[in-house]
Design a protein around this ligand. Structure first.
Ligand code: ADP
Ligand code: ZN
Length: 521
C-alpha cells in the first residue's frame, strides 16, 4: 500500500514515472521500518530514497549532511517542488532560527537538514527529544569512518545524540563510496540494526574513461575544448593557482569559463556556480571544493588536470559527467609529478594516524594511471565489484593502443646517479647532473666529475623528472625530508640495477591523433 503511494509521490513531486531499481528496494525496506545502508554512486538518486519515505512517515525526518553550503540549495529545491522542508545551520540569523524552530514545533516540516555538529549543541539535542522523529537520514555516511576520505569527527556522535529519542527512528545511511572497511564502520558506529544494505552498480556505462599523459597539459586541454565547443564541462585542478591560470587562459581564448575554489568569497562562488548551472558559462574550472551535491545533468566531460589523491575522489568527481545518461567523457591528465605533490601533502598533513591509509589510496590511484588494463574494470574492482567483461570497449585503454615503454636503462642511470651524489639532493639537481648541466651548483659540488654526469643529455629535463617521479610512485625511490625533499634509493631498486626486472611505463598512443610519444621519454 505504502509502496503504491511512494510511486504516486514520485510522479507528483518529481515528475518521474518509475523508481530506479536500487531506489525501489531501499524505499520498500525503509517503509517496512528497517534501517538501511545505501551505497550508490553519485547521480544514482540517493536523495529520493529518503525524501519519499519522509513524506509518507507521520513524524519528521532529520537529514544529516556535512556541507552547510549545500543545504540551502537542497531545501530550496524541495520547497519549489511543494515539499515542506527547512535547514538549520550557522548561516541563519537569530530571528530566522527562531522562526524555523517555532514552525518545527507546529509540525510544519517533513524534512529538516542539519550538520552533524548541530546535534552536539545542548539546545538542539534537548529540542529533538520533544519531537516525533520518524527517521534520521545520513548523507555522505562515509564521513564517519577514518578509512574513508572525508573523516568528520562529529559523525561519531550521531548515534549517541539520537539514542534517547522518544520513538526509535529508522536510520537510513547513504554514501557513494564505501570499501568493505568503511561499510563495516558505518554499520557499527551508526548502530544500524540488521540493516538492509544495497550496493547498486558502480558502473556508469555512458561514461568513457581515459588517462592521458600530455606533454603540454594546457595545449591538450585547449584542443579538447576546441573539439567539444558547444558542450559543458568541468576541469578539476589541484590548486587555486592552477585553477585561476587555466580559467584566465581559457577566457582569453574566447571560451566562457568560470572558476570555483575556496579562496573566493562565498558570493563569488555562488555566482560562478549559478552561471555554470544555468548554462551562461560553458566551462567550470575548479578545485575539489566544487561539485558536492551539484545537480547538473548535461555535463559532457570532466577533465582532471591533476591526479586526485584517491580513487574515491576521482570517481565521485568524474561521476558528475553524464548524469542525463548521455555519452560523456572523463579524462585524467596524468603526470607523475602529481604523485610527488600528493605525497608531500600526505607527508605534511597533521594527522599521522591516517598516513598509511592515505599512501595506500594514493598508490591505488597511481596504479589506475599506469595500468594497461581496462580502466572501467579497474574502477569496478576497486569498489569491490566483479568485472565480468575484462574489456569494456569504452575506455582509453580498450580503445587505444597502449604501449609499454621500457625505461629500465633510464632508471638504472638515474638510480646510479642519485647514489653517486650521496642521496642528499632533490630531483631538480639530479636531473641537471644527468643532463650534464653547467649550472653553478653542479660545478662547485664537483658533480661534473661523476661518471653519471651527462649520461642522459639527449633527454629533456622534464622527461628525466618524469621518470624520477614514476620511480618514486612505484617505491623504487624514496622522497624524504619535508622542506627540501631529497631522493634516496630504496631496496626495491636492486632488481632494476641488476637488470633482473624490466621497468615499463605505460603510454597511451592515440590512434586518432598521431602523437609522438617517444619524444617525451
Ligand atoms: P545522488 O545524491 O545519488 O548523487 P541525486 O539524488 O542528486 O543523486 O539524483 C541525481 C539525479 O537523478 C537528479 O537529477 C534526480 O532528479 C535524478 N533522479 C533520481 N531518481 C530518479 C528516477 N527514479 N527517475 C529519473 N531521474 C531520477
Ligand atoms: Zn575498458
Amino acid at each position: 500500500m505504502l509502496e503504491t503511494q511512494a510511486k504516486v509521490l514520485l510522479k507528483k513531486y518529481y515528475g518521474y514515472d518509475d523508481f530506479r531499481e536500487g531506489q525501489k528496494n531501499l524505499i520498500d525496506n525503509i517503509l517496512k521500518g528497517k534501517d538501511v545502508l545505501g551505497i550508490m554512486p553519485t547521480g544514482a538518486g540517493k536523495s529520493i530514497c529518503y525524501q519519499i519515505p519522509a513524506l509518507l512517515f507521520e513524524g519528521i525526518t532529520l537529514v544529516i549532511s556535512p556541507l552547510i553550503s549545500l543545504m540551502k540549495d537542497q531545501v530550496d529545491t524541495l520547497n519549489e517542488m511543494g515539499i515542506q522542508a527547512a535547514f538549520i545551520n550557522s548561516s541563519l540569523s537569530d530571528s530566522e532560527f527562531r522562526h524555523i524552530i517555532t514552525n518545527v514545533r507546529k509540525n510544519t516540516y517533513k524534512l529538516i537538514y542539519i550538520a552533524p555538529e548541530r546535534l552536539e549543541t545542548e539546545f538542539f539535542s534537548q529540542f529533538i527529544q520533544s519531537l516525533n522523529v520518524s527517521m534520521i537520514a545520513i548523507d555522505e555516511a562515509h564521513c564517519i569512518s577514518q578509512w574513508g576520505h572525508d573523516f568528520r569527527p562529529s559523525y561519531r556522535n550521531i548515534s549517541k545524540a539520537i539514542e534517547n529519542l522518544r520513538n526509535q527512528p529508522i536510520i537510513a545511511a547513504f554514501t557513494a563510496t564505501a570499501t568493505p572497511q568503511v561499510k563495516e564502520d558505518i554499520i557499527r558506529l551508526l548502530n544500524l540494526v540488521q540493516p538492509y544494505t544495497l550496493t547498486t552498480g558502480f558502473d556508469r556505462q555512458n561514461l568513457y574513461f581515459e588517462v592521458s599523459n600530455p606533454e603540454d597539459k594546457f595545449s591538450e586541454l585547449s584542443t579538447y575544448i576546441k573539439n567539444n565547443k558547444s558542450k559543458s564541462g568541468i576541469i578539476y585542478a589541484s590548486t587555486r593557482k592552477t585553477v585561476e591560470s587555466i580559467c584566465k587562459k581559457l577566457n582569453k581564448k574566447g571560451y566562457t569559463a568560470a572558476q570555483y575554489h575556496a579562496g573566493l568569497s562565498e558570493k563569488e562562488r555562488t555566482k560562478n556556480q549559478d552561471e555554470f548551472l544555468c548554462d551562461n558559462v560553458q566551462i567550470m574550472v575548479a578545485t575539489n571544493a566544487f561539485g558536492m551535491g551539484i545537480d547538473k545533468s548535461n555535463i559532457a566531460y570532466v577533465i582532471h588536470y591533476n591526479m586526485p589523491k584517491n580513487m574515491e575522489s576521482y570517481y565521485q568527481e568524474a561521476g558528475r559527467a553524464g548524469r542525463d545518461g548521455g555519452e560523456a567523457e572523463c579524462i585524467l591528465f596524468y603526470s607523475p609529478a602529481d604523485i610527488i605533490t600528493n605525497r608531500l601533502l600526505i607527508e605534511n598533513s597533521n594527522d599521522p594516524s591516517k598516513k598509511k591509509n592515505d599512501y595506500h589510496k594514493l598508490n591505488e590511484m597511481s596504479s589506475y594511471c599506469n595500468t594497461d588494463r581496462c580502466l572501467r574494470g579497474y574502477i569496478l574492482e576497486y569498489f569491490g565489484e566483479v568485472d565480468s567483461t575484462n574489456k569494456c570497449g569504452n575506455c582509453g585503454n580498450c580503445n587505444n593502443d597502449v604501449k609499454a615503454t621500457d625505461v629500465t636503462v633510464e632508471a638504472q642511470k638515474i638510480i646510479s646517479c642519485i647514489k653517486r651524489m650521496g642521496e642528499r639532493f632533490g630531483s631538480v639537481l639530479v636531473a641537471e647532473v644527468l643532463k650534464g648541466s653547467k649550472n653553478n651548483k653542479v660545478i662547485t659540488m664537483g658533480f661534473d666529475k661523476l661518471t653519471t654526469y651527462g649520461i642522459m643529455k639527449d633527454y629533456s629535463k622534464e622527461s628525466i623528472k618524469d621518470i624520477i617521479a614514476y620511480l618514486i610512485a612505484e617505491d623504487y625511490l624514496i622522497l624524504s625530508g619535508q622542506q627540501y625533499p631529497v631522493l634516496k634509493v630504496s631496496s626495491k631498486s636492486t632488481g632494476i640495477l641488476k637488470g633482473k626486472e624490466p621497468l615499463l611505463i605505460k603510454r597511451v598512443i592515440k590512434t586518432k591523433e598521431e602523437k609522438n610519444d617517444k619524444k617525451q621519454l
